[in-house]
Design a protein around this ligand. Structure first.
Ligand code: TYM
Length: 330
């Protein structure tokens, strides 16, 4: 069975973009692949963060993933820092990575601007750690949203560079996109993101979600109820495509273009469909929060299973780069 790897940062609340862009797809892939999913805490420390909140955020993130169907019988779920081989492989990959390539990465340039006072080496090296995450499991496929494509392509390049220098070791992983790879925020202009204050949280109470949708930007050219709209320019329609039934999507497409329905009605249908899907997830999170030990056990056993794979690959890597001799044994 081919292996899949993907990760999510524990940097605050999981939002609808994470869910339809990645997590829902992760849950659908578990039957066809050997799936490894990770809460990437070492990535989250590349920007300023609240130390006292980190543990809680790691646990919350992992709990949501399980509530979305990523149970330990279906996949391996763990926390990145629990398997230190990720960072060990990062160091080795650092030594085949030209600095110039890292400086050209889109996310580094964006984050560098956002965090001008804290452009640390970790921020620059972020894609190398991500490549190590994927390649330490020799994963062939990486399900992510559109914003991560460049990072996955970079990991292919690292694999190529390592293989060329030290002999064939790593596969070149491929991106798997979901059918909603880019969800915009409630501002209708930029990607939905924890840091941009434009996100609908997966765990937001229904009345908060309803209010966020009510005030969310739609097609800017549709000023009045009687103006025909253009669903192709409307983020609410993109969300309908992620949450509504095909007949509802066709209905909205037609009646938006002909001003048959207004944005208020369109958003109400979306709200109802969204809650039908995420309401049960919220319920499972509440249930799991009653028994915190369950998540601790899930993450401990996930880390043990992943460590067994990572250790073996690191052994192979150490031999290939010449730092481990036969006399050292296992
Ligand atoms: P992160 O934590 O920002 O996001 C987790 C996943 O959610 C997707 N996503 C979106 N999809 C659609 N629309 C959006 N508005 C949206 N916002 C986020 C992301 O594409 C991602 O798939 N660097 C990664 C974490 C990572 C990783 C890895 C991923 C670390 N190592 C190895 C894959 C493989 C990140 O920051 O994702």
């Amino acid at each position: 069975m081919d292996r899949i790897f993907s990760g999510i940062q524990p940097s605050g609340e999981i939002h609808i973009g994470n869910y339809v862009g990645a997590i829902r797809n992760w849950a659908q892939l578990v039957n066809r692949y050997d799936c490894v999913y990770c809460v990437v805490d070492y990535h989250a420390i590349t920007i300023e963060y609240e130390v006292a909140l980190m543990q809680q955020r790691i646990l919350e993130t992992a709990t949501v993933l399980v509530a979305c169907g990523l149970t330990p019988d279906r996949c391996k779920l763990f926390v990145q820092s629990h398997v230190p081989e990720h960072t060990e492989l990062t160091w080795i990959f650092n030594c085949v990575t030209p600095v110039g390539e890292l400086e050209r990465m889109t996310q580094f340039k964006e984050k560098g601007k956002q965090h001008r006072h804290n452009v640390n080496v970790g921020l620059l090296d972020y894609p190398v750690l991500q490549a190590a995450d994927i390649l330490i499991y020799k994963a062939g496929y990486v399900p992510v949203g559109e914003d991560q494509i460049q990072h996955v392509e970079f990991s292919r390049e690292i694999a190529r560079k390592f293989n060329a220098r030290f002999g064939d070791t790593f596969p070149e992983p491929q991106v798997l996109l979901s059918d909603a790879p880019r969800i915009l925020g409630t501002d209708g202009g930029s990607k939905m993101s924890k840091s941009l204050n434009n996100a609908i949280g997966l765990l937001d109470p229904p009345e908060v979600i309803q209010e966020k949708l009510r005030t969310a930007v739609t097609d800017a050219n549709r000023q009045r109820r009687s103006d025909p709209g253009n669903p192709d320019r409307c983020n609410i329609f993109t969300m309908h495509q992620a949450f509504s039934r095909p007949d509802q999507i066709a209905f909205i497409d037609h009646h938006c273009r002909t001003a048959g329905i207004g944005c208020i009605e369109c958003k109400e249908i979306l709200f109802k469909n969204m809650m039908e899907e995420i309401g049960p997830i919220q319920g499972r999170v509440r249930e799991m929060n009653q028994n915190p030990q369950y998540m601790v056990d899930v993450l401990k056993s996930g880390a043990a299973r992943c460590k067994a794979i990572a250790k073996e690959v690191m052994d192979e890597v150490r031999s290939k780069i010449g730092v481990k001799a036969g006399w050292m044994g296992k």
